[in-house]
Unconditional design. Structure first.
Length: 218
């Protein structure tokens, strides 16, 4: 039974029985994995807060022959979105994690996708404006998957923001000149493309839309 220790990004986890959890995580070098974290609800030494969505860390796990689930020995967190400084940023964590989970293939390494995820966590922790970061994340996710389609219906301002995003670090998004109206244009265009290629609407999108109606991100 080979033992692996690697950089990973936690995408989601859910309860299994009384004490265990199923964990879905994206590794830098071996793609997306699913595993069982035994006694995760009791063992703070081995897991602590390391199973929260979009936690970056070192994950040690064992692969067993003819088993779909690996055995996770420990998660050592190195970066967490819980350190976000912008109000409302944590509401986007589930959205980013769900998109990565939907698009990351099982056991197929995709380092650019992994880097997009980890840089997004770092940008959240650094206080990058979350709505701008979300549009940047969507743009690059669609590009990395080879399905991005440029929309001629976008305003010149919206197109300028996307063009800048091609070469701009996520940590410099706050310096770009872009209005809320232009960001809403981009959001609508990306949402259509994402729903089209996934052939469904994401649960996290409905949550964000409800919060927008309530004015949480104004």
């Amino acid at each position: 039974m080979p033992l692996y220790t690697t950089d990973a990004l936690i995408l989601r986890s859910y309860q299994l029985g009384e004490a265990d959890r199923i964990v879905v995580f994206l590794t830098r070098d071996r793609g997306k994995k699913r595993g069982v974290a035994k006694n995760a609800r009791q063992s703070r030494r081995r897991f602590g807060g390391g199973l929260e969505p979009l936690t970056c860390g070192r994950v040690s796990y064992v692969e067993r022959e003819r088993r779909d689930l690996v055995r996770i020995d420990y998660v050592e967190p190195t970066r967490s979105p819980l350190s976000a400084v912008e109000a409302g940023a944590l509401e986007y964590v589930g959205y980013f994690a769900e998109l990565l989970d939907e698009w990351a293939p099982e056991a197929d390494p995709n380092e650019p996708l992994f880097r997009l995820g980890t840089s997004t966590v770092e940008a959240i922790a650094a206080g990058v404006p979350i709505v701008r970061l979300a549009r940047y994340f969507e743009y690059w996710l669609l590009r990395l998957q080879g399905v991005y389609q440029r929309s001629d219906r976008l305003s010149a301002e919206a197109q300028a923001f996307l063009e800048a995003s091609r070469t701009c670090s996520p940590f410099r998004l706050g310096a770009l000149a872009v209005s809320r109206a232009a960001l809403r244009e981009i959001e609508a265009a990306h949402r259509l493309q994402i729903a089209h290629h996934l052939e469904k609407d994401l649960k996290s999108v409905r949550v964000l839309m409800e919060m927008q109606r309530e004015g949480a991100f104004q």
